[in-house]
Ligand binder design. Structure first.
Ligand code: PEP
Length: 251
């Protein structure tokens, strides 16, 4: 689908990494190198570091995001975090439906959809993750799987302004393996068509690719039409690598 290319979003998912001193140093290093980077930058530290990192990037253009939220509002959910709490800490984004949460916590599409809806209700932009397993890809089911996840995980009120979709093949996360450019394009094109069947502003949705994005492959991946940015795990824990990836995001 033809569309005006949006400024890319480069999002760092720090996962369950970082004590305060490490998170502070990483946030400061990213901030120090962010000037002139031709992309929107987002860091998603663990919940314990949101305050520290938020203070370190305060006043910069770097956005802060949570890695998950509960589907319900504040209340009796021990250990969980409400979307409003993330917003209160200065978050603009929340990742939902990451494959590690789908696997580790049994999160279904319906649960992911409810979490995304909670994020939107709190004024956050939801980054909804989806992607096929290696077995599903081997069976030729990748497109069907991501279409099903998209249909089940996006909330009714999703729009290009409040929702980002991240295609993250499970077999590519943390493995050093990536799909071919043709395979990424095929999935993103399919997601775009599925979005068009449901949303009038489908062309404006940012579609991120995630899974072993590194400085060495970012140029090729971010040059692909219909790749509007990257969700970066391991490489986001090194400021120079995260920033190097973002520098490949020239329009
Ligand atoms: C992720 O977990 O969102 C991710 C993309 O991880 P990595 O970059 O390490 O593959």
């Amino acid at each position: 689908m033809d569309k005006t290319r949006s400024r890319r979003l480069i999002a760092g998912n720090w996962k369950m990494n970082g004590l305060r001193a490490e998170g502070l140093a990483l946030a400061r290093a990213i901030r120090a190198g962010a000037a002139g980077v031709p992309a929107d930058l987002l860091v998603c530290p663990p919940a314990t570091l949101l305050g520290t990192v938020g203070a370190a990037i305060g006043g910069s253009t770097i956005a802060l995001g949570g890695q998950d939220c509960h589907a319900a509002g504040p209340g009796a959910h021990t250990g969980d975090i409400a979307a409003a709490m993330l917003a209160d800490l200065g978050c603009r984004y929340v990742i939902v439906g990451h494959s590690e949460r789908r696997a580790d916590h049994g999160e279904s599409d319906a649960m992911v959809q409810a979490k995304a809806a909670a994020g939107l209700a709190a004024g956050l932009i939801a980054i909804v993750c989806l992607g096929e397993t290696e077995a599903e890809r081997d069976r030729g089911e990748a497109l069907a799987v991501v279409a099903r996840q998209l249909a089940g995980s996006l909330p009714v009120k999703a729009s290009a302004a409040n929702t980002v979709v991240a295609y993250e093949p499970v077999w590519a996360i943390g493995t050093g393996r990536t799909p071919s450019s043709a395979d990424i394009l095929a999935v993103h094109g399919h997601l775009r068509r599925e979005l068009a069947g449901r949303f009038s502003d489908a062309a404006g949705f940012r579609l991120l690719y995630g899974g072993s994005v590194k400085p060495g492959n970012a140029r090729e991946i971010l040059a692909l039409p219909d790749v509007d940015g990257a969700l970066v795990g391991g490489a986001s824990l090194k400021a120079e690598d995260f920033l190097a990836i973002a520098r490949f995001s020239a329009p």
